[in-house]
Design a protein around this ligand. Structure first.
Ligand SMILES: NC(=O)c1ccc[n+]([C@@H]2O[C@H](COP(=O)([O-])OP(=O)(O)OC[C@H]3O[C@@H](n4cnc5c(N)ncnc54)[C@H](O)[C@@H]3O)[C@@H](O)[C@H]2O)c1
Length: 386
């Protein structure tokens, strides 16, 4: 499979962190604007396994080697969640374009630095949020843009996933600090940023899980208010102790249409249509299950197949199995990042957008730790239009 015969003049991308990151290697290899793919991991065995599997010639021992190399234009960080912020800053300071998996960072000041560096360097940054390139998101986005929802009324989102047995850095992680799979689709669909948030923790983690992050909660739940859009957004994130199968979901309701994520991932979503009041009490509302189209048509031909096929066909990385390959999002993310870099423009999830989405979760966890007190969400200005 794959191979990395160079396309001269194309972008030279290093994928750093080759567990989930391996998923992106063949997509970059097949992208028509990518000239060379480098793989990097601290773990020699993983580096050899992924390098051999995709026929990658250039292999590096870690991020440091990647940043020191003049043969790399852009890095895609798929490293542990605690490293994203500092690694992004190091990569931008080294003059590399950066794509980074979610969340952008775990600290507001680090987010601020990333926004400043993106502006100062003119480099492209993109937070690789799968939830805003799923089939469901792309479908609802078209409906919202056409005005079909009418006046927006309410949104609800959830990311429920049991993280028991996942790598150590997840154990005891503050759930709302990892909120973007749930919140980002709502913010992206409404074009809004979060204004303030009230949250509550739920349940109690055992002592050994509380130590690292000082977080006592296996589950946290929030209600956000937004700037400029008059809806409340309810978001729940669970990581431990909750007997509920995996979902990364959003629901959006207007006064004409409502979209509801299915209760179980293998079911189809619901669309509600509300008609004008004819007679009597309550407007008639029709509910139907819908088939959401695959949007491979938005992609260059060589990477279209990746909306439906996963690298780990054996299904050994749980997040692909649970997310169904994150509903076709991976090649869309790669295409947007590569296009933004080659066109010399900010990506659709540039540093300010990523910082706004990520900071909302940090503020939400702070509220949960303050017994539901209102916390203002810091706002990062959107990139001025060129
Ligand atoms: N839907 C999604 O967007 C989604 C899904 C799965 C995982 N993720 C994110 O992807 C990231 C990685 O997840 P994972 O499950 O693959 O994690 P993991 O801990 O299993 O793997 C991380 C890999 O990064 C390598 N690494 C660490 N530091 C490095 C460095 N300095 N240089 C090179 N390699 C380094 C490790 O050796 C390891 O192979 C996490 O932040 C996770 O949140 C996102």
């Amino acid at each position: 499979m794959g191979g990395d015969a160079k396309k001269s003049g194309g972008l030279r991308v290093a994928v750093v962190g080759l567990q989930f990151g391996a998923e992106f290697v063949p997509i970059y290899q097949a992208h028509p604007d990518v000239g060379q793919v480098v793989v990097a991991d601290l773990d020699e065995d993983q580096l050899a396994t992924v390098g051999d599997r995709f026929g990658v010639e250039r292999r590096m021992s870690g991020l440091e080697e990647v940043l020191a190399s003049s043969d790399v234009d852009a890095v895609h960080l798929v490293t542990p969640v605690t490293l994203h912020g500092e690694q992004t800053i190091a990569a931008l300071e080294a003059g590399k374009h950066v794509a980074c998996t979610i969340p952008a960072a775990l600290d507001t000041e680090v987010l601020r630095r990333i926004v400043e560096l993106e502006r100062a360097t003119g480099l492209t940054y993109m937070m690789m949020e799968t939830a805003v390139y799923t089939r469901e998101f792309l479908y609802v986005q078209d409906l919202v843009n056409s005005g079909a929802f009418g006046r927006l009324a309410f949104a609800r989102a959830a990311h429920l996933q049991d993280m028991e047995g996942w790598p150590g850095y997840w154990q005891g992680f503050p759930p709302l600090a990892h909120i973007t799979h749930a919140l980002a689709p709502v913010l992206a669909l409404t074009g809004a940023t979060a204004r303030s948030v009230h949250s509550f923790g739920s349940g109690r983690l055992p002592e050994d899980k509380r130590r690292v992050y000082g977080n006592p909660y296996p589950v946290e739940t929030s209600i956000f208010q937004l700037h400029d859009v008059d809806i409340a957004v309810e978001v729940t994130r669970s990581m431990f102790e909750m007997a509920r199968s995996y979902t990364e979901s959003f629901c959006l309701y207007g006064d004409r249409l409502g979209f509801e994520w299915p209760q179980l991932e293998e079911e189809r979503p619901l669309l509600f249509e509300m008609a004008p009041l004819a007679a009597g009490r309550g407007r008639p509302i029709e509910a139907r299950r819908i088939e959401v189209p695959d949007r491979a048509d938005l992609l260059p031909e060589p990477i279209r197949k990746f909306t439906r096929s996963f690298v780990y066909e054996s299904g050994d990385h749980l997040s692909f199995v649970q997310g169904g390959g994150h509903s076709g999002s991976h090649p869309h993310l790669v295409h947007e990042f590569v296009s933004a870099v080659t066109e010399g423009r900010p990506s659709r999830i540039d540093a300010a957008t990523a910082a706004n989405w990520t900071a909302a979760g940090l503020a939400a966890h702070q509220s949960a730790m303050s017994d539901g007190e209102a916390v203002e969400v810091p706002r990062f200005d959107l990139q001025p239009a060129n």
